[in-house]
Ligand binder design. Structure first.
Ligand code: SAM
Length: 270
């Protein structure tokens, strides 16, 4: 989709890009082709797209794939896509953060594609992890400056729940950068495309586990024991937390899933 095409559609549909929804539309066919090329799904796999916009990714995906659901917050854009013959995807007009798992068959989603709205990247990624428990691969575009937070390792300032979930999901790679002139309107920031491939630990990510990791990091400088005290019996915590001085920021992602498993099994055996 070219800059001229995007401008023409916006003009015809009388739509103004809404900055509050992070609307910077892709206008570079090379970038679009490279993103689509990273997906690698089978024809019938359920693909979820978050924020399809004017369909820069949706339209070419519809030419390849037969089972796409796209969630778009903006009513005008959702209506445009619904009326567009080349868009065979199921369009849901909703804030992705509010959409219910059943309404988009989240457990059947195999691939997730999104030029993420940057203002809500973290909650969107957490919801994908929480809802799409069988996802095999995610291809996401985000702000380049957010990448360190996504792949942060323990004992760094960027390390937090998001990095723990990404690391447990599998392998995260930065594929390529996308400069501002590939979008309309041109954003101030550099973007990057990342891919996340499912690994062996991905199934340990559940909604309850996500909430557990968030509790562990609730007060970053507090010891893990103190952050978890309000939620679990003290005798259980005494038995499962070997190092009483440890903080969440000192723990590898895999240690969170082991600790959570231990706490839950001890509580259920009580
Ligand atoms: N995918 C299109 C592209 O690459 O040209 C548009 C990308 S634009 C950066 C982000 C899109 O996400 C916009 O269409 C915006 O309306 C939509 N969006 C923003 N917040 C959203 C949310 N919470 N749920 C669903 N869509 C959202």
């Amino acid at each position: 989709m070219s800059r001229e095409e995007v401008k023409r559609i916006l003009d015809e549909e009388k739509i103004l890009p809404r900055s509050r929804f992070g609307q910077n539309f892709l206008v570079d066919d090379d970038v679009i082709g490279r993103i689509i090329g990273l997906i690698g799904a089978e024809q019938e796999d359920l693909i979820l797209e978050i924020g399809p916009g004017l369909g820069a990714l949706t339209k070419p995906m519809c030419a390849f794939y037969g089972n796409i659901t796209a969630v778009e917050i903006d009513k005008d854009l959702a209506t445009y896509l619904d009326n567009e013959p080349s868009v065979t995807a199921k369009i849901i007009n909703s804030d992705y953060l509010k959409v219910k798992v059943d309404s988009y068959n989240a457990s059947d989603v195999s691939y997730v594609v999104s030029n993420l709205p940057y203002y809500c990247m973290t909650p969107v990624m957490k919801k994908i992890f929480s809802d799409c428990n069988n996802a095999r691969k995610m291809v996401l575009m985000t702000e380049d400056e957010a990448y360190p937070r996504i792949v942060a390792t323990k004992n760094t300032k960027d390390y937090g729940p998001l990095a723990v979930l990404v690391s447990l999901f599998g392998v995260c790679s930065k594929e390529f950068n996308v400069p501002g002139n590939c979008f309309y309107p041109v954003p101030r920031t550099l973007s990057c495309v990342i891919s996340l491939e499912r690994g062996e630990e991905a199934s340990s990510i559940t909604p309850d586990f996500i909430s557990f990791v968030e509790k562990c990091f609730a007060m970053r400088r507090k010891k893990l024991m103190n952050n978890l005290k309000p939620y679990y019996p003290q005798d259980v915590l005494d038995r499962v937390i070997g190092n009483k001085d440890i903080r969440a920021e000192d723990m590898e992602s895999i240690e969170f899933s082991r600790l959570y498993r231990d706490i839950i099994s001890m509580i259920s055996n009580k």
